[in-house]
Ligand binder design. Structure first.
Ligand code: MN
Ligand code: MN
Length: 457
């Protein structure tokens, strides 16, 4: 018996076979990341994989039976994967795993186009918590949809293909940056300065046209997408960092990519639902939207849609939906801040999570004295520990930073509001919310094993 607790390093514990499995799993994850820059993209990618795994579209009026595999896409931005188990759903409840697939980015404003200094720009309004300076002078891709009059949807994705152009926001040269450099980091870049260059070739022939570049760009957009300037008012377009997920380090032990928060949890919960051999429990995996701005709206986890899905499962078996919810269990799968030696002072070393040390459990999140958190009951934390330990999952526990260093929240409290035992389990991330975040391959694989263990117990 070990009297003392020591955190384990997944790479140190892994034999050759396990190491191979870790690296192989990372390849699938990187592919998913590249296909899933936005929540809309993630739903399309998940739907394809779900169909490949025999899942069929879900309906609220359907009577489900054991063995059924269903997926429900809520308004293109929030997907539910459902596997109906053999156990009595009233007594056994539903095993729920929720991760969000929206990530911080730069949304276009409703009237985004303007011309200045011989260049045409899109004006943006940032989405989620960003450090604005990180978004200047990096290649950006444009993703999203534009709705044309009459309801025609036009999908836009520019900047991901090798032959595509990219977009960029400019920064001042250091030679003229003295005034900027003297400002605090959070104030050095104004939100209204986040305008991306989208063109520079003027329309020739009309000497009176003071916005000849804008005219040329609108002509080009009209030709390619059939849109006019006013159509931006019914669109959802955003800039995200261009480019693919890349291995980091000579050994490729880690992955740099946009949007690990929270695709690094969405991918494990999804693949666990696909790969689960145990057919006893009813399992639901959710890709949530709007987490980065408070889990609001019809596609955020504060909406009743998850309750409606559980009710539909309950009603299929004539079970009381209240009883089903109270017997359900949830993993709120979201990232946490991994220990970063460069910024050691904001962490408390004994109670933080470390890269390569496995799935990261947070009993609570929150800020200022645990405000705004689901603090998982010890009894439920114990149930989860037993589930992980039984399957040999390497996991760790920690807080998001030192006391009063800041804090953060997840969707856990909204699931808990439904009377469902919930705990946060995720992956430690470095450079969280930066255009390129860093994670360990060992940790994303550990979370996959944790999700499988949760669905098995
Ligand atoms: Mn997150
Ligand atoms: Mn986040």
């Amino acid at each position: 018996m070990d009297l003392k607790y020591t955190r384990k390093n997944v790479y140190k514990e892994a034999d050759g076979k396990e190491l191979e499995a870790i690296y192989k799993y990372a390849e699938g994850y990187k592919k998913f990341l590249d296909d899933s820059k936005t929540e809309r993209d993630a739903c399309v990618a998940a739907e394809k994989l779900a169909v490949d795994h025999g899942f069929k579209p879900f309906s609220f009026s359907e009577k489900l039976k054991p063995g059924d595999k269903r997926y429900f896409i809520n308004r293109h931005k929030n997907i539910f994967l459902i596997r109906v188990g053999k156990e009595d759903v009233a007594k056994d409840g539903v095993r729920i795993m929720v991760a969000h697939v929206d990530s911080p980015r730069l949304d276009l404003k409703p009237n985004p186009v303007f011309e200045d200094g011989g260049m045409c720009y899109f004006k943006t309004h940032y989405y989620g918590g960003i450090k604005k300076y990180q978004w200047l002078s990096i290649p950006l891709a444009l993703h999203g949809v534009v709705m044309l009059p009459g309801g025609k949807r036009v999908e836009v994705c520019v900047g991901e293909d090798e032959d595509d152009p990219v977009f960029c926001i400019t920064d001042i040269l250091p030679h003229l940056g003295a005034e900027q450099a003297a400002k605090p980091l959070g104030k050095a870049i104004e939100g209204e300065a986040l305008n991306a260059v989208i063109g520079g070739l003027p329309e020739v022939g009309d000497e009176e046209d003071k916005e000849a570049v804008k005219s040329a760009i609108l002509k080009l957009l009209n030709k390619k997408y059939g849109l006019t300037e006013v159509d931006f008012q019914c669109s959802e377009l955003c800039f995200v960092p261009a480019g693919k997920a890349r291995d980091v380090g000579f050994d490729g032990a880690m992955i740099s990519a946009y949007g690990h928060d929270d695709k690094v949890c969405a991918y494990p919960e999804m693949t666990a639902v696909f790969d689960l051999k145990d057919d006893r429990h009813t399992v639901v995996a959710v890709f949530a939207d709007k987490e980065e701005i408070g889990s609001v709206g019809t596609t955020g986890m504060q909406s009743w849609v998850i309750s409606d899905v559980i009710d539909t499962i309950a009603n299929s078996f004539g079970a009381n939906p209240i009883e089903v919810r109270y017997n359900s269990k949830c993993i709120s799968a979201d990232v946490t801040a991994g220990f970063d030696p460069a910024f050691a002072s904001v962490f408390e070393k004994r109670n933080t999570t470390y890269v390569h040390c496995g799935a990261a459990v947070s009993k609570y999140t929150g800020a200022r004295g645990k405000s705004n958190t689901n603090d998982a009951p010890a009894e439920y934390a114990s149930w989860v520990r037993d589930a992980f330990d039984k399957e040999g999952v390497i996991w760790q526990i920690g807080e998001l930073g030192a006391v009063d260093a800041g804090g953060g929240g997840t969707v856990a409290m909204y699931i808990a509001n439904l009377g469902i035992d919930t705990i946060d389990v995720g992956v430690p991330v470095l450079s969280m919310h930066a255009p390129y975040e860093l994670i360990s391959k060992a940790d994303v694989y550990s979370l996959y094993k944790a999700c499988l263990a949760f669905c098995k117990k």
